[in-house]
Design a protein around this ligand. Structure first.
Ligand code: C5P
Length: 246
């Protein structure tokens, strides 16, 4: 596998886990080489769509991580709005069901065509890693988290979802079950030189790519490094080494 450096940079998603636009701006400016930035619930709830415009004004792509979960019609509407904002990728909960996922895909296609916008990559979230098996039983999901992840991932695939968010430990199994086309996005990444912080089941960037991830979500090891640009460059180097032909 041979990839050029720009393709590798597009595999790294920087988590904008900050409270407001000023802080987001600082991160955007500290990482001129990073291509994709993840806007989650905290920042989006604080600032609304103007933060999406901010990211785009720097010529970067948006990963809108709102983990949509509602009736099909409502999720379809939210997806249409996201397409109008020109987001590059967005998340929805696969436990919203087959119909919800299908409607979301249809809505994305319809709006992208109507507005002449790029079609975003719709990513399915399976089981939140914060839930233990006992939590799953408590909410009436009988199975253990491993089988529940697989079950929901297959359902997402059936609906036509093109990508999944999963923990690094799930990459291999999902890749084996769903084949090479499904895009796999994984957080829980820690380079050897960074602290684990609250992340428990971590992998290095190189390991996650070798296991089959397409995109890595990385926050604090880069955004809170003394020299963020240098930290980003180190991750790029690590990925280059990991995907070099043997
Ligand atoms: O700073 P750090 O690299 O831990 O950030 C990881 C990002 O990925 C955060 O935005 C976090 O919410 C997200 N995430 C995660 N684990 C999951 C799902 C999402 O760390 N299971």
């Amino acid at each position: 596998m041979n990839k050029n450096i720009n393709d590798i940079k597009k595999q790294i998603i920087i988590a904008l886990d900050v409270r407001n636009q000023q802080e987001a701006k600082k991160i955007l400016e500290s990482l001129p080489e990073a291509r994709i930035f993840k806007v989650g619930l905290e920042l989006f709830t604080a600032e609304g769509p103007s933060v999406l415009k901010l990211v785009k004004s720097y010529g970067r792509e948006v990963f809108l991580d709102l983990k949509l979960h509602d009736i099909p019609n409502t999720v379809a509407g939210a997806v249409k709005s996201a397409v109008r904002h020109g987001v590059f990728m967005l998340t929805l909960h696969t436990s919203g069901g087959l119909e919800m996922m299908k409607k979301a895909i249809e809505a994305a296609k319809e709006m992208a065509e109507k507005e002449g916008r790029p079609l975003p990559l719709l990513l399915g979230v399976t089981v939140l890693t914060s839930l233990k098996d006992s939590d799953l039983q408590e909410i009436g999901f009988g199975s253990d988290s491993k089988s529940q992840v697989l079950r929901l991932a297959k359902l997402a695939f059936e609906a036509g979802i093109e990508g999944l968010v999963c923990s690094p430990q799930e990459i291999e199994e999902l890749r084996a079950e769903l084949g090479p086309r499904i895009k796999i996005v994984t957080p829980g990444i820690r380079p050897t030189w960074a602290e684990a912080q609250d992340q428990k089941r971590i992998m290095t960037p190189g390991q996650a790519i070798q296991k089959g991830a397409d995109f890595l979500v990385i926050g604090r090891p880069i955004t809170q490094a003394a020299l963020p640009e240098q930290a980003f460059a180190r991750v790029v180097e690590e990925l280059q080494a990991a995907i070099k032909p043997a």
